[in-house]
Design a protein around this ligand. Structure first.
Ligand SMILES: NC(=O)c1ccc[n+]([C@@H]2O[C@H](COP(=O)([O-])OP(=O)(O)OC[C@H]3O[C@@H](n4cnc5c(N)ncnc54)[C@H](OP(=O)(O)O)[C@@H]3O)[C@@H](O)[C@H]2O)c1
Length: 230
């Protein structure tokens, strides 16, 4: 916020704390946001929502509502937040946008049965080991499918709608995402990505998300891709 204020001293800023793995916290956030918009006499709308949050958990942990924390954070939280904020995105006086930060790792999912057990992550509590990479991949696939389907529903009949929904993959970037992975393993992984020329700087990684958020016009292959994935 300080950086933004340095560039624009008139910026009207407010930070909120929200735990996206908790439905209660998301509901509280929505109320606080609406109250702030009303108290500050601003138009009650949102132009841009970026669902960037994500974790790579290495152990099974239930959220407050009893879901797997990785599915809860990476997918269910983003889904619930988006659904709650949709009315504010729809009332924006200019076209609004939702950007979901996904990952190419969803391509590793084959023959998946996306059912309630997987989406809530409850089935993983029953398995002996916690297949963390697989759950991460599932969570990102669910987020991608949600992106396609929400965009399709909001832009039916090829008529561009008020809200566009996009996904962006930042590439392989050295961030805190591997903080739960043993240091020796994450170091090897980053070394391999670097040698293969796949490791992006955070400045480059953020570009795809900024493009998706700010490019003046976007066309989404949502309908085609959704058919392909079916
Ligand atoms: N790094 C990569 O190579 C890579 C590749 C593909 C996709 N991605 C995706 O990029 C996104 C950003 O990840 P990153 O690489 O920047 O990792 P990161 O440095 O670990 O950042 C993760 C972000 O998620 C937030 N977060 C985690 N749990 C949360 C929760 N329960 N409620 C609210 N916020 C929560 C964190 O907030 P706090 O800092 O406050 O905890 C942090 O801002 C993720 O969706 C990740 O899956 C990353």
């Amino acid at each position: 916020m300080e950086d933004i204020r340095e560039q624009n001293k008139d910026a009207h800023l407010k930070g909120f704390v929200v735990d996206l793995s908790s439905f209660r916290s998301i509901l509280e956030f929505k109320s606080s946001l609406e109250k702030w918009l009303m108290d500050s006499d601003m138009h009650s709308s949102i132009q841009l929502l970026i669902n960037n949050e994500g974790i790579l958990a290495t152990s099974a942990r239930p959220t407050a509502e009893g879901y797997d924390q990785m599915m809860g954070t990476n997918y269910l939280g983003a889904f619930f937040l988006t659904k709650l904020l949709l009315p504010l995105l729809k009332t924006s006086p200019v076209g609004s946008r939702i950007v979901n930060v996904t990952s190419f790792t969803h391509r590793a999912v084959f023959g998946a049965q996306i059912n309630e057990d997987i989406v809530t992550g409850k089935c993983f509590f029953r398995s002996k080991e916690y297949p963390c990479a697989r759950i991460y991949q599932y969570s990102k696939l669910c987020l991608l499918l949600f992106t396609y389907e929400l965009h399709r529903q909001l832009n039916l009949d090829n008529k561009p709608g008020q809200v566009s929904v996009l996904s962006a993959h930042p590439g392989m970037v050295k961030t805190n995402i591997m903080q739960e992975v043993p240091f020796s393993l994450s170091s090897i992984a980053y070394l391999v990505f670097r040698v293969l020329g796949l490791l992006q700087s955070p400045e480059n990684g953020i570009n795809s998300i900024l493009d998706a958020a700010l490019a003046p016009s976007v066309s989404s292959p949502a309908a085609d891709s959704a058919i392909e994935l079916e």
